[in-house]
Every structure is written in C-alpha cells, then in structure tokens.
Design a protein around this ligand. Sequence first.
Ligand code: ATP
Ligand code: MG
Length: 137
Amino acid sequence: MERTLSIIKPDAVERNLIGNIIKRFEDAGIKIVAMKLLKLSKAQAEAFYAVHKERPFYGELTDYMSSGPCVPMILEGEGVILKNREIMGATDPKEAAAGTIRADLAIDKEKNSVHGSDAPETAAQEIAFFFTEYELA
Ligand code: ATP
Ligand code: MG
C-alpha cells in the first residue's frame, strides 16, 4: 500500500490544530501508521529541506521549522501521496482551494501548517528521515 510523509508544522502545533488536521486525514479514509512529536534542530531542518538549499527562503524556512515542535506522520492508503496533497491544498493559502487544510488553517506561504511528500521517491526518503522500520504499525 502507498505511503507518504506528512508533517504538522510548528505554526499548527502552536495553535492547537493537531486534532483538526488528523481528523481530516482519518475522515478521508487515510490510515496513520506511525506518528511522533518532536522539535527539529536548525541542522536537522536544514538537512530535511536540503533540496531547497539554493532558494532565497531557505534560511527563514529552516528557522521556522526548528522554532517549535512538529508532528511527522506516515500516512497510508491507495494513492495517498496525491490524496494528501489535495487535502493540504496549494503551498500559498491564498491560492489553496476552499476546504483544504491550507485554505482553512494556514497563516501564509511559509507558515502553511502541513508538509506532504510530492512523489514516491521523496516519500521514501522523507519517511526514512524520521522513522525506522521498528516504529511502523
Ligand atoms: P511542502 O514541501 O512543505 O509540502 P510544497 O511542496 O507546497 O510544500 P515547496 O515549494 O516544496 O512547497 O516549499 C517547501 C516549503 O517551503 C513550503 O511548504 C513553505 O513552508 C516554504 N516556502 C515555499 N515557498 C516559499 C516562499 N516563497 N517564501 C517562504 N517560504 C516558502
Ligand atoms: Mg515540497
């Protein structure tokens, strides 16, 4: 079964939105097969977002992602990589479709409440970044 990495980002944990976000995944029939709450160090945030190293917002993004606790989760279901990105909505909440997590809850293009892997290869890498095989349900 397909799996993807989701992260409830620090802005959403800070505003007590963990339950709100998880309910959307469960209501969509998606299974949570692993989950933890942790605070990334600046170096860990930099490693996770290494693909964005050359982007102008890299410093700010990694400061924000290491500013408070986040909730990485492995989601499982048929077509879950795409399904998760549909439930999240567009990166910028101003462009996100009504009813998506980012349209309903995100603050701005950076503090956009959730992360979701964008392809099978990145899903596998990002899952391995946070979880060992012993942590899987
Ligand atoms: P994610 O990878 O977190 O699921 P995404 O694929 O929609 O989001 P990316 O383009 O991969 O967006 O950017 C990664 C993250 O970097 C975004 O989710 C957001 O937090 C931040 N980001 C993206 N663009 C900007 C920007 N122009 N200014 C500030 N932060 C940004
Ligand atoms: Mg992305």
